[in-house]
Ligand binder design. Structure first.
Ligand SMILES: *Cc1c(COP(=O)(O)O)cnc(C)c1O
Length: 345
């Protein structure tokens, strides 16, 4: 039996129809701006998010780093939540590539309380302290358990930076999950931020690709930096075609992933009360907190693996489960049954 792979929503494999769309893609040299499929994808995602222009990148990390590069001059500061992907999972890229220092704030489940970063921000700190150039937010919050950011707090953040020169970046790797979970328009989110990255290769199921959106001028500058980083690609319309296919067919169905995550969370909570609050599972990520359960994360992951269910251990007592396009109802049932058995035993 093929394993039920809940390690990440990046593990999806393109199926026949997506591959057919890729094979049929019109292509050209994208460094010359001549790939029609890429150009259409960049314009499409920019429009979806209420921005002027977009830039196709190989990874979400590159899209984030180009956004931060645009907003934060070397020697200045980025503020972000302490478990943000840009702080923890991009290998120090903001420091290495852009000379950015990062200061972080604590939170509950990654959720924004706008006053927290606003009270830390020092836009014009003078010659002694580092000045804040940008604030980054992540929606949904990956290590927060797929939590959805409150729109009202994001609006308060925008209002709070108005007139200060501090930029706002949105790491929207899973913004489509937030959109489907809340029904809030993508543009309502996109328009609050100066730069926004979205991933096509997470829940949307494309094999590769992210898009950074911003103003036309900012994206023109990001295009130069992308090439400088070695990220200029040629006939990548074949990849953009997968992105178009994903946007055409895989957005509304994210609701299925959310339902599967909710069912898995409910089964785990029933088996061992306290490991997860099912009401806190808003999208496609379930974080189990095994503290006090007598079971270690590595142990649970190993036992589940032995029965064909793959999960990720985060540290000694947290396990992350992520639902996605390649998990169907039967897979979710199987995973819930295996996890519940080991949690109750
Ligand atoms: C996956 C992810 C990214 C981008 O990751 P890549 O592997 O570089 O594509 C960025 N932000 C968050 C929150 C993510 O989960």
């Amino acid at each position: 039996m093929t394993p039920v792979d809940l390690r990440s929503d990046t593990v999806t494999r393109p199926r026949a129809r997506m591959r057919a769309a890729m094979a049929d893609a019109e292509v050209g040299d994208d460094v010359y701006g001549e790939d029609p499929s890429v150009n259409r994808l960049e314009a499409r995602v920019a429009e979806l998010l209420g921005h002027e222009a977009g830039l196709f990148t190989a990874t979400g990390s590159l899209a984030n780093q180009l956004g931060l590069r645009l907003l934060v001059p070397p020697g200045s500061e980025l503020l972000c939540e302490q478990n943000a992907h840009v702080a923890r999972a991009e290998l120090g890229a903001a420091a290495v590539f852009s000379g950015i220092t990062t200061r972080t704030w604590p939170s509950v489940d990654g959720r924004l309380v706008a006053d927290v970063p606003l009270s830390m921000m020092e836009p014009d700190a003078g010659p002694y302290l580092v000045s804040t150039a940008a604030i980054a937010l992540e929606n949904t919050h990956n290590f927060g358990g797929g939590s959805v950011q409150p729109l009202a707090q994001a609006q308060a953040l925008r209002a709070g930076v108005e007139g200060t020169g501090v930029g706002l970046h949105l790491d929207g790797a899973r913004l489509f999950n937030a959109h489907v979970a809340t029904g809030e328009p993508l543009q309502a989110w996109g328009r609050l931020f100066d730069t926004v990255s979205v991933c096509l290769s997470k829940g949307l199921g494309a094999p590769v690709g992210s898009v950074l959106v911003s103003s036309a001028d900012a994206i023109a500058r990001a295009r130069v930096w992308r090439k400088r980083y070695g990220g200029g690609m040629r006939q990548v319309g074949v990849l953009a075609a997968a992105g178009h296919y994903a946007l055409d067919h895989h957005v509304e169905r994210l609701a299925d992933d959310h339902a599967h995550a909710a069912a898995i969370a409910a089964a785990c909570a029933a088996a061992r009360p306290g490991v997860v609050d099912p009401a806190a599972v808003q999208t496609n990520i379930v974080l189990l907190d095994l503290r006090g359960s007598g079971l270690g994360a590595g142990e649970l992951v190993e036992r589940a693996r032995g029965e064909g269910v793959l999960a990720s251990a985060f540290g000694p007592d947290r396990v992350r489960l992520v639902t996605h396009l390649d998990i169907d109802d039967d897979d979710a049932d199987r995973a819930a049954a295996v996890l519940a058995r080991h949690l109750s035993g």
